[in-house]
Design a protein around this ligand. Structure first.
Ligand SMILES: C[S@@+](CC[C@H](N)C(=O)[O-])C[C@H]1O[C@@H](n2cnc3c(N)ncnc32)[C@H](O)[C@@H]1O
Length: 235
């Protein structure tokens, strides 16, 4: 693990602004965020036998849903927050669904090159600073198999504003601003995704604009972030 990531991990474990996993799940239900997850999983079109990674899985709602909708997929959720991961593990256990949860940061994924068919991300990208966003997209590109794809859902988007009530109450404005306009697509291109696109967006009073992005790793032409020959730990 790099020194920067270690520092971040230390800072994250003391993050006071993060809601408790229980509060997060209550807000999640209240705002009906499950419907956003369902749409993301449908867009990702996960098939039997595929390996799926969710980065920033929090309390595991999306990762568990993927496994519920596609029992033949192998699902891994990754997050730096141990409390959320513990809750996620209990949730999967109660549902009798096998999902693996790992502790780690999206900008330093502990997985080998070309080891996942799909990478999913929901309501997580706006938590990252500009360098973390770059690092995360490079890592996602690295761990995706040729023909694999990233499906990302977050506040903002090309025609977005800086988030609805919920987003503004709970997040720093400069991080939300980073998600506006073309910036997410530009970062995806920079990371080596050939033709990333905004697939859809929805706007509500509570959440502001929420956008679905898709980026394919089909070109076989990794970007500058491709760490040739550098294997991560075996998942
Ligand atoms: C708003 S929650 C979303 C959780 C889940 N994806 C969902 O849709 O319910 C954002 C999550 O991103 C995680 N996160 C923040 N920084 C991260 C990083 N650098 N790498 C991976 N996850 C991160 C947080 O710990 C938190 O669990």
């Amino acid at each position: 693990m790099g020194a920067k990531v270690r520092e971040h991990r230390e800072a994250h474990s003391h993050a006071k602004h993060d809601p408790s996993p229980l509060v997060y799940d209550s807000v999640f239900r209240l705002l009906g965020l499950g419907s956003y997850h369902k749409a993301l999983v449908e867009r990702a079109d996960v098939r039997e036998g595929q390996r799926v990674l969710e980065i920033g899985c929090g309390t595991g709602n999306l990762a568990v849903l993927v496994r519920r909708l596609q029992a033949g997929a192998e699902v891994v959720g990754l997050d730096p927050d141990p409390r959320s991961l513990a809750r996620a593990g209990r949730k999967a256990g109660r549902a009798g669904l096998r999902v693996r949860f790992d502790r780690g940061f999206a900008q330093e994924l502990p997985y080998p090159d070309a080891s996942f068919d799909r990478v999913l991300s929901a309501f997580m990208f706006h938590h990252l600073g500009p360098e973390e966003k770059r690092g995360t997209l490079r890592e996602v590109r690295r761990v995706l198999k040729p023909g694999g794809s990233l499906h990302l859902l977050d506040f903002g988007g090309e025609n977005g504003h800086s988030g609805g009530l919920m987003a503004r109450l709970s997040h720093r404005n400069e991080l939300l601003r980073d998600n506006l306009g073309e910036s997410v697509l530009a970062l995806m291109r920079e990371a080596g995704f050939a033709d990333p696109a905004e697939e859809a967006s929805r706007a509500t009073r509570a959440l502001g604009r929420v956008t679905y992005y898709r980026a394919d790793a089909s070109s076989g032409q990794p970007g500058t972030g491709w760490r040739e020959g550098e294997d991560g730990q075996s998942p």
